[in-house]
Ligand binder design. Sequence first.
Ligand SMILES: [Zn+2]
Ligand SMILES: [Zn+2]
Length: 406
Amino acid sequence: MADQMFTAEEVQEGIYMIRERYYESSNRANIWLIQGSTMDLVVDTGLGIWHLPSFLKERGLIGEKPVQAVASHVHFDHSGGLHQFEKFAIHQLEAEAIRKGDNFQTVTIFFGSGEITRPPHEGWSLSDYKVRSAEPFAVLEEGYIFDLGNRRLRVLHLPGHTPGSVGLLDEEAKVLFSGDVVYDTLALIDWVPHSDLSAYIDTCRRLRNLSSEVDIVFPGHADPFDGNRLHFLTSEFIEKASTCRHKLFTVVMKCLSTMILKAKHSAFTQPSQHSESDYIAGSASLLHKAISFLSSKSSREIHHKKEQDIAIKSLLKEKDVLAVLPTGFGKSLVFQVFAIITSMDSVSSNGCVLVICPLKSIIRDQIEEADSLGLNAVELESPDMFENLPRLPDIYCICFGRSGVR
Ligand SMILES: [Zn+2]
Ligand SMILES: [Zn+2]
């Protein structure tokens, strides 16, 4: 039965490209099986809706030797089937997400029911689908070696698409498994919630330097390509990603994708790396500095209210905040202070604030006010206007509505 759920094609001796037959989507990931002399390795595992190990066994592709799986990164289209393997590995920065079954970090929403053309069983529903929690057997870092006997695959930590993205390099065979870091398209994904554009550019520089030592790349999506193409794709990305226009695009897309995902996975909670008291002490001092800065720019002393204080401190704790405040209460102060804090040297973020307004006239007021406070704010009319901006603004305003008077 499982025999029919996937397709398998031998693309090089001992390397198989496997795909989920009934997942018809541009998100359908490639699954790679690398047969070694002493161990087999499965690179990425698909959605986990159909049982991959059973398929591999029924086809006689695994079974005699030990087998391990490895995730190129945490996204659902690659990590969904990890739980089906007794031994699997994932980068240390994404191990916790799999342990917890964190479907925000696995971006599980980017997936529609029409894309599953044959459900795994009667009564199956997309709403039941989740990446399941599982315990990794190995937690990866740069330089980890998968020793398959006749092949050795070295882990390259390639952050950018996600923080824990990895590539696997077989230096002797000049083969690279690249996951979603690079595949044969000019639209690589650098805008999902945990993506990091500057890390992605560095990763592409690293891969471009490596391209002369790679004969073939087996990517996370689409078809394999050679080292010259790797050089071209990484160069194109570096050039495009360095423009202001592209930076703006990723910020807007990241805001939107984060909002959609958080709405879907409302139970999501950010794992805290600091104690609650660290946060309270840290955010109080940042808030104090930002308010003093605003007061110095303004002709009057600025005092913030309790509701604004709660909203800003919650934002600093990376919590989702829905603040319902009356007209004239001072909603703007919340994001103005937040924009100042994110631009402070002590905050390791090059973030910005995206304001979505129903009326153009409100945007004009917001921009004037931000200017008077020394913040750099711009209105997004068309992405083209960012082509020549020297740097990213602190605040973007987008109008979703009619231009006109209040
Ligand atoms: Zn991905
Ligand atoms: Zn993917």
